[in-house]
Design a protein around this ligand. Structure first.
Ligand SMILES: *Cc1c(COP(=O)(O)O)cnc(C)c1O
Length: 231
């Protein structure tokens, strides 16, 4: 089941890349295991998953203790509290959800303690929905610049979540806006210094996200089913 679903999601990503003239290797699948069991996460790895995404530090700790982090890398995709930064830098190769200077500073400090340069993404709230974390679009470029002062973090790109709707086309302007924001930041940073990643697209809207330039799609339900558990 998990293996077939990964296969199906992967081929949808590939088809979408072909249609929009993108290299399928430029889009990585983050298998979101927040609602999956440890056994299912292992099945995902056996089926070829190389990145697993978790929402919460505590849930991830349990899975990483059981599965390890050599067969697949772990990404934090959910909101991170400053007091969990210490654990997060020890567990995750990429933190998608940085949305304040205070949090960036805490991550930088903890990464420095263990001699790591922590890759992070700046989470942007494009839609302005009150329930979503992330900075306002107009603050993004300034924050990326400010984060540049921290020696132990590296801003690898931008992340967003589109509001949930039945029609994936509704998400397109959100994804396009994130890409335009990255383009503007890249232009400011100059040649060879562009941000690598746009983390956007989930089960309901990942094809639209790929068409709009996503490099990291975060997919849970299409792989592990809708178990109705944690957010
Ligand atoms: C749960 C979650 C996902 C995956 O959502 P699905 O719709 O189950 O694919 C992606 N990103 C974030 C931040 C999430 O919390």
């Amino acid at each position: 089941m998990v293996a077939e679903n990964i296969q199906s999601v992967t081929s949808r990503i590939t088809r979408c890349c072909e249609k929009s003239g993108r290299d399928p290797d430029a889009v990585a699948l983050v298998c979101v295991t927040k609602a999956a069991t440890i056994a299912e996460a292992i099945q995902a790895i056996e089926a070829g998953a190389r990145i697993l995404g978790e929402n919460r530090v505590r849930d991830a700790a349990e899975k990483i203790a059981a599965i390890g982090d050599t067969a697949a890398a772990w990404h934090l995709i959910g909101h991170l509290q400053t007091n969990k930064a210490r654990d997060a830098v020890r567990m995750f190769s990429l933190i998608h959800s940085v949305d304040s200077v205070r949090l960036a500073r805490a991550i930088d400090n903890e990464a420095w303690k263990i001699g790591k340069v922590q890759d992070i993404l700046l989470q942007v709230n494009i839609s302005g929905e009150g329930t979503k974390f992330g900075v306002v679009p107009s603050a993004a470029a300034g924050l990326v610049r400010e984060f540049g002062a921290f020696a132990n973090i590296r801003v690898a790109g931008l992340m967003t979540m589109a509001p949930y709707t039945d029609d994936p086309e509704d998400a397109r302007p959100v994804f396009r806006r994130l890409r335009e924001l990255k383009d503007a930041i890249d232009a400011e940073r100059g040649p060879g210094k562009g941000l690598c990643h746009l983390s956007m697209g989930m089960t309901g809207d990942f094809e639209v996200a790929v068409e709009e330039g996503s490099t990291l799609v975060r997919i849970g339900t299409a792989i592990f089913g809708d178990t109705g558990s944690s957010i």
